[in-house]
Design a protein around this ligand. Structure first.
Ligand SMILES: NCC(=O)N[C@@H](Cc1c[nH]cn1)C(=O)O
Ligand SMILES: [Zn+2]
Ligand SMILES: [Zn+2]
Length: 479
């Protein structure tokens, strides 16, 4: 069927099935697949099985690939399997490899959610729930787009390959090895022509974008131990070198009040800013004041200048302090000296910083500061890292995605980069040797990782249409 007829029929089909799309997202959100907490590991495994069944229902052949174990505090814990699948193998059609993740960040109602985080609730045309936008909604979007072709009795315009994991929020453990040491030698990528990931967001709330860069992440666990147990501060205070004081000292040496990272030589390998690149930021649709208001921040750094803010989000590294395990974080005046505390911080790394080089700089710096501190306590630092990624946005693949976006949103998408990280992106680029593209579904105010994460009904539904149109446009690219 010609495009002029087929796509409108698909869009109509999507509009007629909105309630079933919401119901499926509700089912997915109800599985608390929190990957960072071993307590929820069974749920991550359940999530992988759930996804495998959903893929089977759309006709894909699938398998669950074992990626082994993770060591936490000396204990081996089973990693969730990776869902690998394929749908169609017509040699005349292009093949797209779609990646997404079904694990989520932790969430408790008591963190400040207005409703239960693992119960999808609709308020004001927004679907609230942990994972709604990151990344369960977009992953389900692919299933719905495939189903829409089936629903109107049309063949898919492309072959599809799928990689869905349940450990992305925790460093994608085991996935790189699966891709490079198993799937690639087995020939999984031999037929892949394009790679597409929908796991990021628009820059703002109205204008769609297509994304060609991600920062990497280098995440640190900084542990200080002063005693084998927690101690009464009235009984022991004044008689021990406290772990928490040491940790706060170390953490306070990392970054200044304006966000400048204080680690020696950390900026040395950051790619220099080219004159041609500077111009790109100018044309991006980004309103610093609306951004400030959306997070209710008092003042933005870099004097709130749009270009500076975008550069510090996309192409310069940033260091964030995340929290302290073992600290008394609950309400109330707990008078304890923690025996062991683990400080958590991360650096979003950028081209041309390599994780190994950054880790070495951080370890050397922390050991130097520790020596200066002269504490008798035990200190240990460990890291897990993923690389930054950039792609060529002038590729026909990006032009196809731009055509699909224009069709759905009647506007030219911004070509954006993203401050967040999806560690496997660069591995997919290397494993396939193909152009990789990020096609976001959600809006910039979706509050992924935060309280009251949501996905606008409009973004979900138009996003499904966008995926269907993208499949069509890539189907038209020369083989
Ligand atoms: N939507 C992508 C995303 O949120 N990725 C995480 C990845 C992560 C978390 N911990 C280590 N890596 C991110 O925080 O960017
Ligand atoms: Zn994500
Ligand atoms: Zn995330």
């Amino acid at each position: 069927m010609a495009a002029e007829k087929m796509l409108p029929q698909i869009f109509k089909f999507v509009d007629q099935n909105v309630e079933s799309y919401k119901a499926l997202l509700k089912e997915a959100v109800a599985i608390p697949s929190v990957s960072c907490d071993p307590k929820y590991r069974k749920e991550c495994i359940r999530m992988a099985h759930w996804m495998q069944n959903k893929l089977k229902e759309v006709g894909a052949s699938t398998e669950l690939r074992d990626v082994g174990f993770q060591t936490i505090d000396g204990n081996e814990i089973q990693l969730p399997p990776v869902v690998v699948g394929s749908l169609g193998n017509d040699p005349k059609k292009n093949t797209i490899c779609v990646y997404g993740h079904l694990d989520v960040q932790p969430a408790l109602k008591s963190d400040g959610w207005e409703s239960e985080p693992f119960e999808l609730v609709e308020r004001d045309n927004k679907l609230y729930g942990r994972g709604a936008t990151d990344d369960k909604g977009p992953v389900l979007g692919w299933l719905h787009a495939i189903n829409a072709y089936k629903g109107i009795g049309e063949e898919l315009p492309v072959n599809l390959k799928f990689i869905f994991e349940c450990m992305e929020e925790s460093g994608s453990e085991g996935l790189d090895e699966l891709l490079m040491e198993k799937l690639k030698p087995e020939g999984f990528f031999d037929t892949v022509d394009y790679v597409c990931i929908s796991d990021n967001y628009w820059l703002g709330t109205t204008k769609p974008c297509i994304t060609y860069g991600l920062r990497g992440i280098s995440y640190y666990f900084l542990e200080v131990e002063c005693a084998k147990m927690d101690l009464h501060s009235g009984v022991y205070g004044g008689t021990v070198h406290e772990a928490m004081s040491d940790l706060i000292y170390l953490m306070n040496t990392l970054v200044d009040k304006d966000g400048k990272i204080l680690i020696t030589d950390i900026y040395k390998s950051v790619a220099p800013l080219l004159e041609s690149e500077k111009k790109l930021y100018n044309s991006i649709d980004f309103d610093p004041e609306a951004y400030r208001k959306s997070i209710e921040a008092h003042k933005l750094p870099h004097n709130g200048v749009k270009e500076e803010l975008l550069m510090h989000r996309w192409r310069f590294p940033s260091l964030s302090l995340h929290g302290i395990e073992g600290a008394a974080f609950q309400p109330g005046a707990k008078t304890v000296i923690p025996g062991k505390v683990i400080g958590k911080f991360s650096i979003r790394i950028v081209p041309n910083q390599e994780p190994e080089e950054v880790e070495k700089l951080v370890f050397d710096y922390i050991h130097k500061k520790w020596a200066e501190r002269g504490s008798p306590n035990k200190m240990r630092i460990t890291a897990q890292s993923g690389r930054a990624w950039t792609e060529n946005p002038d590729h026909p693949h990006y032009q196809a995605a731009a055509r699909a976006t224009r069709l759905i949103y009647q506007t030219e998408p911004d070509m954006s980069r993203e401050g967040g990280s999806i560690p496997v992106t660069i591995t997919l680029q290397e494993a396939s040797g193909r152009n990789v593209l990020l096609l976001p579904m959600g809006a910039g105010d979706d509050m992924a990782h935060s309280q009251n994460e949501k996905l606008n009904v409009r973004n979900y539904i138009e996003g499904i249409k966008l995926f269907a149109a993208y499949l069509y446009e890539v189907g038209k690219l020369p083989k």
